[in-house]
Design a protein around this ligand. Structure first.
Ligand code: IMP
Ligand code: MG
Length: 183
């Protein structure tokens, strides 16, 4: 990302996000309707607002856990590596699990995390991402539920940051850099 002055143009309103979450939660409840317990796993930090709104629309017995992963590109290689910075507090073997992510971009993060969690033998493992940028995909990964498909734009807000800023915006906005020489 270039450094400098930028403005944020609203892309998805808070109202549109809330309406989409209601619809998604109806589908999630239908999928997990008979569960004894659903472990909702939020990927830190970008999903923290999404997960807060999601769980309050889920009329299911849930527990919440968090996992933090960081993906980074090797400057000489196109392949990506994903590191687990903070693992779950509890075991998930035999449990119903829903992984919650902010954005699927190249796909490396959710691909790695869902493989890792599947190796722990949960009963049912599904994933949901608020945003999906399919044009950026580098690995064949699809989340089970997607809030909104978006074009290849850098977005912020609703938990999502640019250099740790703008997570507190109530809507999703796209970052537009302003040419400082352009009056
Ligand atoms: P990937 O799918 O492994 O490439 O990575 C997804 C992660 O990249 C997301 O969880 C975000 O942390 C970050 N990311 C991708 N696109 C954006 C964006 O437009 N704004 C802010 N973070 C982004
Ligand atoms: Mg992230």
């Amino acid at each position: 990302m270039p450094q400098g002055l930028y403005v944020i143009d609203e892309m998805i309103s808070a109202k549109a996000i809330a309406a989409r979450i209601e619809a998604l939660c109806r589908e999630i409840v239908a999928e997990y309707g008979n569960t004894d317990k659903l472990v909702v796993v939020g990927l830190l930090r970008g999903s923290f607002v999404f997960i807060a709104d999601l769980v309050r629309e889920l009329s299911l017995p849930i527990e919440v856990d968090f996992l933090e992963a960081s993906s980074y590109g090797d400057s000489m290689e196109s392949s990506r590596e994903v590191r687990i910075l903070k693992d779950l507090r509890g075991p998930i073997e035999g449990l119903d699990v829903l992984v919650v992510e902010d954005i699927v971009d190249t796909g490396h993060t959710l691909n790695h995390v869902t493989r890792l969690l599947r190796s722990r033998k949960p009963a049912r493992l599904r994933s949901i991402a608020l945003l999906d940028k399919p044009s950026r995909r580098e690995v064949d990964f699809r989340a089970d539920w997607i809030g909104f498909e978006i074009p290849d734009e850098f977005v912020v807000g609703y938990g999502i940051d640019y250099a740790q800023r703008n997570r507190n915006l109530p809507f999703i906005g796209k970052v537009r850099f302003v040419d400082q020489d352009d009056g």
